[in-house]
Design a protein around this ligand. Structure first.
Ligand SMILES: [Zn+2]
Ligand SMILES: [Zn+2]
Length: 330
């Protein structure tokens, strides 16, 4: 048998046992085709062609993937070609496949390489990003004025079928904001991978989407936004310049309340606004016109109207009494 036949025989016998994640598809002298599949998303089809002078020349390699991006494949192809060149004169297929298999094993962030490059373009001037292939995490350090949020986003093995997980490691926003940043980022990520409970009619079949970018984008935009956010009633900037002076007591007059639409209010500005008519169809946010939903004020328009009427009646009665006393003392 010739050298090529020997090598093909070895590939057929040993490839799948020696090189993790491989599946041998075609092994004929005109074409060798092997699939390397770590997960359905991290799957590369490797095609080899023997040049006329093989193995004195490096084997020709082509990588294809439906999910991994071209830029990543181009870089990996270059590494594989270098490996083939280093092993001129020897069988090269198994060596190259070992390299690809190891790459998929050791680079979990390859599944979101594209999202990471978009993410970098969204960062503010004081923000920074750190990647760790070893722990499969993307760490964001987000900063606006003196407010900061450090978050760790973990890419699961089965990404993007499973969503990214999010945790805050450091944050000097008031507690309710810290909780909301993390929980809402998780919720946005969850919606990328779980179909809605009540799908709308004529909606195309649900397919899991990549969740790193939507979650990280929300965190970046929120940290940029809230340190400068004005109260929708009094128009003053809500957070003090010094985060140390931020109000953590949730019942304090100047505590910052965020409502469903994302706009924010001083606690007392919001209470006053919620208690003042008109109540028809619920109170609307002056910032965007959407109805205000807030867990602390789950009051129907009817109830608000009734309360308002009763308070007005009391005020009138009091006014009458005051007038009466005045009359008597004159
Ligand atoms: Zn205010
Ligand atoms: Zn609003």
């Amino acid at each position: 048998m010739g050298l090529i036949e020997d090598e093909l025989d070895e590939v057929r016998r040993c490839c799948e046992t020696q090189v993790p994640y491989t599946k041998v598809v075609t092994t004929v002298p005109a074409m060798v085709r092997i699939e390397v599949e770590k997960t359905s998303f991290k799957k590369i089809i490797v095609c080899f062609l023997f040049p006329s002078e093989y193995p004195s020349q490096p084997i020709l390699i082509e990588l294809k993937s439906k999910t991994l991006k071209d830029k990543l494949l181009t870089g990996l192809t270059k590494i594989c070609e270098d490996e083939a060149k280093k092993n001129i004169g020897k069988p090269q297929i198994i060596l190259v496949l070992k390299l690809i298999s190891k790459f998929l094993e050791e680079n979990p962030l390859s599944a979101c390489a594209d999202e990471i490059s978009t993410l970098k373009s969204l960062l503010g001037p004081e923000d920074s990003i750190r990647l760790s292939q070893k722990s499969s995490t993307v760490s964001l350090k987000l900063q606006k004025n003196r407010y900061t949020l450090q978050a760790k986003l973990t890419i699961p093995e089965n990404y993007p079928i499973e969503r990214v997980d999010i945790g805050a490691t450091d944050c000097n926003f008031p507690r309710v904001f810290k909780v909301w940043f993390v929980e809402n980022a998780k919720e946005l990520a969850r919606r990328c991978v779980e179909p809605p409970l009540k799908p709308k009619p004529n909606q195309p079949r649900f397919e899991a989407k990549t969740s790193l970018l939507p979650a990280a984008k929300f965190l970046i935009e929120s940290v940029q936004r809230y340190p400068c956010e004005p109260c929708q009633i009094c128009r003053q900037v809500l957070f003090p310049a010094d985060p140390e002076a931020a109000i953590h007591n949730e019942k304090a007059a100047a505590h910052v309340e965020r409502v469903y639409c994302g706009h924010a209010y001083h606690h007392d500005c919001l209470i006053l606004y919620m208690k003042t008519p008109p109540f028809q169809n619920g109170k609307k946010c002056p910032g965007c016109g959407n109805r205000i939903y807030h867990e602390k004020w789950k009051v129907t328009p009817e109830l608000a109207e009734a309360r308002w009427a009763s308070e007005q009646a009391k005020a009138r009665e009091l006014g009458d009494v005051v007038e009466f006393i005045k009359d008597c003392t004159l």
